[in-house]
Design a protein around this ligand. Sequence first.
Ligand SMILES: Cc1ncc(COP(=O)(O)O)c(C=O)c1O
Length: 351
Amino acid sequence: MSSLDLSQDAALRWPASLPEPEALGFGLYMAPFAVSATHEAGEGWSKPEVLPRAALGLELASGALQYGLSAFEGAKAYRAPDGTLHLFRPREHIARLRRSAARLCLPDVDEAAVMKMLQRAVEVHRDWVPPAGRGALYLRPTLFACEEGLGLRAASRHRLVVLASPASNPLCAPKRLWAERELIRAADGGLGAAKTAANYAASLFGAQRARQRGFDDALWLDAREHRYLGEAGAANLFVALDDRVLTPALDGSILAGITRDSVIALLREAGHRVEETFISLDDLQGWQQSARLRDVFGVGTAVRLFPVAEITWGEAGVRPPPAALSAWLAHRLAEVQEGVSADWPQWRLAC
Ligand SMILES: Cc1ncc(COP(=O)(O)O)c(C=O)c1O
């Protein structure tokens, strides 16, 4: 497969009638090109190429499809008010991809090479990055075993493909969460800290059950006691009390969210005390009863920040009050991510 002259293939052009940025949603419109590189055992990585996404097949007998040997990232490119494009915290996304790869016996990737692939994916689709403040180009670097052959082993052939998809600004509407006390998403020593397909496969059934009960998503708890807060489907959680802000500690069973890290830094910068700790459902209830519970919110690249209006488990639950902290933080995070504020320049890399 040779790389494509982007001016040629009209059939792969962006749909002529792409909706307004507010109607893009998330992950519904896949950009037509992908930046792809192949790794052969003993030879290393090939030079990345821009290829039509539709031309990239998936080997049916691959470790990716048969055994879940894949890892991915979800990063965003934004258009700043002056029209320039930047990636938000790409180094951290690449570092996490490398950690996920190591856990899944996938080959290591070179930070500089992946960075160039991300920048190229934005460059190729630069007209499809939504206008400033109205969305982002979501990037999905996906690293997977593509060698054909059955039998569980580390593969000798892998691909890294950067997909792109323009997305609306997240709505940041309040969510109601069902704390799942029967199913588990990840256990100690498992894959929870890796961004890999298996974790999402493990969580879908619980998320569907939560929705059938009338909630927006499941809240995942620790696998041992089913008491301690883990994370929501695609978001890390924060609990604000009267004197400090808490977030579940990175115990290896939840994802080390890059938005989580940004939020901790922004909160500390604003003078808040932030603790990474263990938070039980009983704690939540006690804080609500003593009127210490000020705010609960979830954060992630796709969702940005949503307030949590309710957490329910069985007959019990808490209803955090609508709070000023999450409203302020959603605004602060957006202005830093989008380059409206010049603060934290080290988090934005020009494309
Ligand atoms: C399970 C899970 N937890 C947390 C997050 C938040 O991580 P980040 O802020 O790096 O997007 C995500 C992001 O998609 C996720 O899938």
